[in-house]
Write a protein that binds this ligand. Structure first.
Ligand SMILES: C[S@@+](CC[C@H](N)C(=O)[O-])C[C@H]1O[C@@H](n2cnc3c(N)ncnc32)[C@H](O)[C@@H]1O
Length: 393
């Protein structure tokens, strides 16, 4: 055990994790909180639940390459404008969840003015328009806005959706207020390169009092894993490279959390909720926080790393809906965030690794995230106490 691989797609949550976090993943059909709405993960299921989503599929747009938005971009352009590339807009778990949220809760959208913050291809705006929105403002700062305009027109929604190319913080909206804000803003570790501040800015500037914000809750969790093989391969390798000391690189490798898919069989402890953010109420700055954790071992094993992941929820729906990016849930492009510990913790079932995790934006580059983990372990077979810093950049 220890080397990560993609988990099997149909696995039930373990009861311990069910206790600790809201069951929102679309795999967890038999979990305690209502998930039927999110259960429509396959196109077949979705089409039986939603008002003919397949009719949303755009007709193929055939155009000479020079007419295709972005066709003349170089790899350097993509590097500086990564959201212009369509590949990043292909995630299915998240898009399917948003689709179900919108179609199954059309009462939230009927005759409402909607703002789509960071619209990308405009897919969420199309869902909202189809659900009956009076008007949708799709704001997108990258060149994908040009493509979104083409897609909106190609699907006959240009009378309902207005694509505005520009930064949310710099544009003017034709209307003073919106009834609904929808956004897919989450980054790795929830907050890396995050757009949360952009959503909060839009909320404070345009959302009517008691307006709807989707999603409205985001929760960050932590658990611990056995990961001897990967730690050896990714970290300890640098201690002796063909007999030479390259431990200066090892230090850098330890500083950078690894975004990767964790096999659920590696999980050694319960999960702990660190922080729930209420997007409707929180203030800019609330995304910096310190949270204590206590991770209780569910078996005798070794802990090599802590693993962070998040859930998002849409609690203003008729039934609570959402999805999880946890290691027991269907894989998403967010994967999980692995933070290797200097110590190998020899832990016995029932013993606890305790500590505190602090998150804040990097002062020089606020889109980067600084994480500090302080941990203490006092077990029968091992003891450890340490503070480690990590930088997501
Ligand atoms: C993760 S994508 C989501 C795209 C789309 N909503 C979807 O669900 O597929 C986030 C988008 O927000 C855009 N974005 C980020 N910051 C922005 C800002 N301040 N103003 C406008 N758009 C922004 C990015 O260019 C990117 O296309």
């Amino acid at each position: 055990m220890g080397r990560r691989k993609l988990k099997p797609q149909k696995e039930a949550e373990s009861p311990d994790v069910q206790l600790n976090r809201m069951q929102v993943d679309d795999d967890d059909k038999d979990s305690s909180v209502e998930t039927a709405a999110v259960a429509a993960a396959t196109p077949e299921e979705a089409s039986s639940l939603s008002p003919s989503p397949s009719s949303l599929s755009p007709p193929p747009i055939i155009a000479p390459m020079e007419d295709v938005a972005g066709a003349d971009q170089t790899s350097a352009d993509y590097y500086f404008d990564s959201y212009s590339h369509f590949g990043i807009h292909e995630e299915t778990v998240r898009t399917r969840t948003y689709q179900n949220v919108i179609y199954q809760n059309d009462f939230l959208f009927k005759n409402k003015v909607v703002l789509d913050v960071g619209a990308g291809t405009g897919i969420l705006s199309l869902f909202c328009a189809k659900a009956g929105a009076k008007h949708v403002y799709a704001v997108e700062c990258s060149n994908m806005a040009d493509t979104a305009r083409e897609i909106v027109k190609g699907n006959g929604y240009d009378n309902v959706i207005t694509v505005i190319k520009g930064k949310v913080e710099e544009i003017e909206l034709p209307e003073p207020r919106v009834d609904v804000i929808i956004s897919e803003w989450m980054g790795y570790f929830l907050l890396f390169e995050n757009m949360l501040n952009t959503v909060l800015y839009a909320r404070d500037k345009w959302l009517v009092p008691d307006g709807v914000i989707l999603p409205d809750k985001a929760s960050l969790y932590i658990t611990a894993i056995e990961d001897a093989d990967y730690k050896q391969e990714k970290i300890n390798f640098w201690s002796s490279v063909y007999g030479f000391d390259m431990s200066c690189i090892r230090k850098q490798a330890m500083l950078e959390p690894l975004v990767d898919t964790v096999d659920q069989n590696q999980i050694v402890t319960h999960s702990q909720l660190l922080k729930t953010m209420d997007i409707g109420k929180m203030k800019i700055g609330d995304a910096s926080f310190s949270a204590p954790f206590k991770l209780v071992a569910t078996r005798n094993d070794f802990i090599h790393a802590l693993v962070a992941y998040f859930d998002v929820s849409f609690t203003q729906c008729h039934k609570p809906m959402g999805f999880s990016t946890g290691p027991r849930s269907r894989a998403t492009h967010w994967k999980q965030t692995v933070m290797y510990l200097e110590d190998v913790i020899t832990i016995c079932e029932g013993e606890a690794l305790t500590g505190c995790l602090t998150v804040s934006p990097n002062p020089k580059n606020p889109r980067d995230v600084d994480i500090t983990v302080q941990y203490t372990f006092n077990g029968k077979r091992a003891q450890a106490s340490r503070t480690q810093l990590y930088r997501m950049r």
